[in-house]
Design a binder for this molecule. Structure first.
Ligand SMILES: NC(=O)c1ccc[n+]([C@@H]2O[C@H](COP(=O)([O-])OP(=O)(O)OC[C@H]3O[C@@H](n4cnc5c(N)ncnc54)[C@H](OP(=O)(O)O)[C@@H]3O)[C@@H](O)[C@H]2O)c1
Length: 267
């Protein structure tokens, strides 16, 4: 690497972002870490901001540009989950997921694209989810936010095709991080009896899957590899073979067949 590339990692206070930011610093990049909480990571300059707050994101990016004069790579890991059935989940909680995962990504794009486009080899990796390919019961707001992020990335790629900036969406399966502990999970007792049994099972199952998921460092290493490819693919699905296959099956199988298959998993 000639001139040190400047990287902005969002979600740097936990999970994938927390693994990724110091790893990049160690490998010679100039690294800035964005999250609401400011944490001290080796070689990483903290850039606290709430991605849902456009003014705060703009100010933070302006501060980075003032210090570095350039921005080459954005690795957007910030995101939140949440659980509850559509009928009962408090709208404010569902909205918070959209505000963070979709509007937060929008804000980040608006703040960083003008700078990323100036880089000779700009890279923007958006962290979506396998859940962005399909609806999962009791995770509607999360699935919708990640599906919205996936299509945002699709649109961006086409809009930017005449530029040096490449955009890819990284879609992981379960990762063993703090995300379950910090997200909103509606108590089963709040729900109509119609939902209670299946919700409890699905929600406990989801938490157990995350606990047994990939290490954050595994996803961080994959993202490092991806950002250094000469030509990026639109999506990188990271996870177990069955989870990877689900993103293809959900698109190829007739709707009723796919929902029957998924229903077996969640019954
Ligand atoms: N864990 C999984 O099983 C899994 C599976 C598929 C996809 N993903 C996605 O992978 C990404 C990383 O997940 P993770 O498991 O590493 O999550 P995590 O450990 O819960 O960390 C989430 C990070 O996002 C930041 N964040 C949340 N809301 C924010 C906001 N409004 N503004 C700025 N930063 C915010 C958090 O920092 P602060 O709280 O300090 O702001 C934290 O640094 C997320 O996009 C997630 O949706 C996770």
């Amino acid at each position: 690497m000639g001139l040190q590339e400047v990287v902005l990692v969002t979600g740097a206070s936990s999970g994938v972002g927390e693994a990724l930011a110091p790893l990049l610093a160690k490998r010679g990049y100039r690294v800035y870490g964005m999250s609401r909480r400011s944490v001290a990571l080796a070689g990483v300059t903290a850039l606290p901001a709430d991605v849902g707050d456009a003014a705060a994101v703009n100010a933070a990016v302006a501060q980075l540009i003032e210090a570095e004069g350039r921005l080459d790579i954005v690795l957007h890991c910030a995101g939140i989950g949440g659980a509850g059935p559509v009928e009962h989940m408090p709208t404010a909680e569902a909205r918070r997921i959209m505000d963070t995962n979709f509007w937060g990504s929008w804000n980040l794009c608006q703040a960083t694209l003008p700078h990323l486009r100036q880089s000779p080899r700009g890279r923007l990796l958006l962290v979506g989810s396998i859940a962005g390919f399909m609806g999962i019961p009791y995770r509607s707001a999360y699935c919708a936010s990640k599906a919205a992020l996936k299509t945002l990335g699709d649109s961006l790629r086409m809009e930017l095709k005449d530029s040096n900036l490449q955009v890819a969406t990284v879609c992981p399966g379960d990762i063993a991080t703090n995300s379950i502990a910090t997200q909103y999970r509606q108590p089963a007792e709040d729900l109509d009896p119609l939902y209670q049994g299946r919700y409890r099972k699905a929600d406990d199952g989801m938490a157990a899957n995350v606990d047994h998921g990939m290490a954050a460092s595994t996803v961080a290493e994959r993202m490092y590899t991806i950002m250094n490819y000469e030509v990026l693919k639109p999506y990188y699905v990271i996870g177990e073979p069955l989870q990877k296959a689900s993103t293809v099956a959900s698109r190829l199988l007739p709707g009723r067949v796919w929902e029957w298959v998924l229903g077996k998993y969640y019954s």
